[in-house]
Design a protein around this ligand. Structure first.
Ligand SMILES: *Cc1c(COP(=O)(O)O)cnc(C)c1O
Length: 243
């Protein structure tokens, strides 16, 4: 199967999941998660019309972006690349210009450090807050109770950031139904944070290759799909270990 065919199939399955959930087809974005895959595959997805991508490591994307410049020329500027992995403090200024959004903000410190270069350049970087819903040691993220406070802090004090919603990776299970309570919980946390702060949080990034249909039923607005588009990754680790 080509990447173009994979993308078409995933988009069709997303639309079908929307229909079953009584949601507008097209109300859910498909993010192509290209981590560990080479620039040629990213270019192939780009030529198939894909613009929204996700990668989890700053250095990896920095390197790949240079290679893509050779393959796509100015087209590389059209790539809407989100950071979806853990961000170290010393990589924040690089991340602020390498990505069009950071979906994995999980401390006020990271938010402040991302904000500084953006505010200075007069640009606004969209961010999501990553929420931790399980005690797995490898999972990053903010505790649910701390979400409204962090939303308010970013909105009120960090002019270089626009907080747009929440992101979450549930504990891995072969059975997608096991992830459902986590997806539902994230939506509830979003609804409560909106209520408590009066700040709109339209984006809910949840759902991956094996569970995106369930995530869509529970309100996802962006599914992060790697394997179903690009095939198996070389390193068989959990997503957050790769970050
Ligand atoms: C790798 C990764 C994905 C994609 O996972 P697949 O199961 O290959 O679709 C999604 N989200 C995050 C945060 C990831 O690190």
């Amino acid at each position: 199967m080509s990447i173009a065919e994979n993308l078409q199939r995933v988009r069709r399955e997303v639309d079908e999941a929307c229909e079953r959930a009584g949601r507008e087809p097209g109300s859910v974005q498909v993010m192509a998660v290209s981590k560990t895959h080479g620039p040629k595959l990213v270019a192939e997805a780009f030529h198939a019309g894909q613009r929204l991508f996700g990668e989890s490591r700053v250095q990896e994307w920095e390197h790949k972006r240079e290679q893509l410049h050779t393959l796509l020329g100015e087209g590389v500027g059209e790539i809407d690349m989100h950071l979806i992995g853990n961000l170290q403090n010393n990589k924040t200024s690089k991340a602020a210009w390498l990505y069009s959004a950071v979906d994995s903000v999980d401390t006020i410190k990271v938010a402040e450090r991302l904000n500084a270069p953006c505010a200075q350049a007069g640009k606004v970087l969209p961010v999501l807050i990553e929420v931790k819903l399980s005690e797995e040691a490898t999972k990053h993220g903010v505790d649910p109770y701390a979400v409204p406070g962090l939303v308010r802090r970013i909105h009120e004090d960090l002019e270089g950031l626009e907080v747009r919603g929440l992101m979450m990776v549930p504990p891995y299970s072969d059975d997608p139904e096991e992830a459902r309570p986590f997806f539902r919980k994230l939506r509830e946390i979003r609804d409560e944070a909106q209520q408590a702060t009066g700040i709109a949080l339209p984006d809910l990034s949840m759902g991956m290759t094996h569970d995106f249909a369930v995530a869509i039923a529970e309100g996802s607005t962006c599914v992060r799909v790697g394997t179903a588009i690009f095939g198996l990754r070389e390193y068989a680790t959990t997503p957050q270990e790769e970050a």
